[in-house]
Design a protein around this ligand. Structure first.
Ligand SMILES: NC(=O)c1ccc[n+]([C@@H]2O[C@H](COP(=O)([O-])OP(=O)(O)OC[C@H]3O[C@@H](n4cnc5c(N)ncnc54)[C@H](O)[C@@H]3O)[C@@H](O)[C@H]2O)c1
Length: 441
């Protein structure tokens, strides 16, 4: 919304949320999330044509267009638990819109939703008989956390799906008119509603599938002395395959990939497509396998026990340049190490507060240390779990000196210079590469 406000000074954009603390944070100098470029942007447009408010009813009444971006987590109860999207927040919003509207509105699906959710939305919105017309449009969001502002400012494409009726097409055009203020027309695609809804789930499934595919190969590399970075480079130069999203690592995280694939799996099962469901579910299973493999490898390399050993986890965020720790492999690895009675210390430049909150009761057993040098002090092992560029720039000679020997590094993101670390004295374990140890054969 900040990007829309900055590109469309003629529009007044109001962000509303039921979470008062979040809205207060958006109005303050301490924004509730870290995202490169966001703070400057918000400062520039806030209280000019971008506003934050908890007055939901009034703002619904005043709006012509409503972007619904509420959370759609995986259901934890009842039918479809663990797979289907929990649409309760979505439906509550639809009813709030209905209750508070006294003029026609375009309702935009911005949240990621199962295919055909728009139909349910339409049915709710048209149930009142008050004569006001609601048009539902799907405009899925493809931005990635960490590069959100750039992705919004220069999107690969903007997708807008609507009904093929005259009023449906007018609603689609209203949304096209917003984006066309800064996005070239050839990058704005319009489709029918169901294609737009499905494309978002499919895009995330394909992206996650590439990560799971290269991670599956990383396991084979470790058994055969092939190097996954070399393999990825070699196959990525084939223009049919392409070089992006081929970095092996400890696995994907974030609030979207797993949730959206499981949502796709559930949809396929719902339509009786068991083989299709099983195919996509394997992407999630491979991700879980990769994380479990990483922890097992740590334990077996450290003489089959980490109990009582200080292990420094470098990175809490699920990826670099975000404070988001939802579904972060770092937290899963942390939980597994705590189960093994390791003494865990975690460091991250931006995500420690969220990590503490996400770990809940377990947070009491973890030391949170913003300074990586302090975190490494007295540690038996370092585990790199987020690809923050800062971690590649540290003085590893100094870190090594302060650690217990033999000192181990587990590079879960393949961002360090492994030969150099090995020469310093570390025993180095990377993903999809032969280990570099300093033990006598
Ligand atoms: N995070 C991403 O990178 C990303 C990218 C693309 C799409 N999405 C999709 O966008 C949606 C939101 O994701 P998110 O990461 O921002 O989730 P989030 O949980 O961080 O934010 C959702 C917000 O909606 C608010 N909310 C819930 N019910 C409400 C209501 N009735 N009225 C007003 N506010 C309400 C919550 O308080 C919360 O602040 C999801 O469907 C997600 O899949 C997220």
């Amino acid at each position: 919304m900040a990007v829309i406000a900055s590109n469309c000074p003629q529009h007044r954009v109001v962000v509303v949320d039921i979470n008062e603390a979040r809205i207060a944070a958006w109005q303050s100098d301490q924004l509730p999330i870290y995202e490169p470029g966001l703070e400057e942007l918000v400062r520039r447009v806030r209280n000019k044509n971008l506003f934050f408010s908890t007055e939901i009813s009034r703002n619904i009444a005043e709006a012509d267009i409503i972007f619904v971006s509420v959370n759609t987590p995986t259901k934890t109860f009842g039918q479809g638990a663990g797979r289907a999207a929990d649409l309760q927040y979505w439906e509550t919003t639809a009813r709030q819109i209905l209750e508070n509207s006294d003029s026609p509105k375009v309702v935009v699906e911005k949240s990621t939703l199962p295919v055909r959710t728009a139909e349910a939305m339409e049915r709710i919105l048209r149930s009142n008989g008050n004569g006001h017309h609601f048009e539902v449009v799907s405009n899925p969001e493809f931005l990635a956390e960490g590069t959100a502002i750039r992705d919004m400012q220069q999107p690969d494409r903007v997708l807008i799906g609507g009904r093929e009726t005259p009023s449906g097409q007018r609603a689609v055009q209203a949304i096209v008119d917003i984006y066309s203020q800064w996005v070239p027309n050839e990058r704005i695609i319009t489709t029918n509603l169901w294609s737009a809804e499905l494309s978002k789930l499919v895009a995330n499934a394909f992206l996650a599938q590439r990560i799971s595919s290269i991670n599956a190969i990383s396991a084979l590399c470790e058994k055969t002395e092939a190097d996954v970075t070399e393999v990825a480079h070699a196959i990525g130069m084939d223009s049919r395959i392409g070089a992006k999203f081929l970095r092996a690592g400890v696995g994907f995280g974030g609030s979207c990939f797993k949730k959206d694939i499981l949502n796709l799996v559930y949809l396929c099962e719902h339509y009786g497509l068991q083989e299709v469901a099983a195919y996509w579910e394997q992407v999630v299973r491979m991700n879980e396998y990769q994380q479990a493999r990483f922890v097992s490898n740590m334990i077996s390399s450290m003489f089959n026990t980490v109990a009582g050993k200080r292990v420094a986890i470098f990175g809490a965020a699920f990826k670099a340049n975000t404070s988001d720790t939802r579904e972060s492999p770092a937290l899963d690895v942390c939980r597994a190490l705590l189960e093994e009675h390791a003494d865990v210390v975690m460091t991250d430049p931006h995500a420690l507060d969220m990590a503490r909150a996400d770990l809940g009761d377990l947070a009491q057993q973890v030391t949170f240390e913003p300074d990586p040098h302090q975190a490494a002090k007295g540690a038996h092992a370092l585990a790199i779990l987020t690809e923050w560029p800062d971690f590649a720039q540290l003085d590893y000679q100094a870190l090594y000196k302060s650690m217990v020997k033999p000192a181990f590094i587990f590079d879960g993101r393949n961002i360090l210079q492994h030969q150099k670390l090995h020469a310093i004295g570390f025993n180095v374990y990377a993903i999809g590469k032969p280990p570099l140890t300093n033990f006598a054969k």
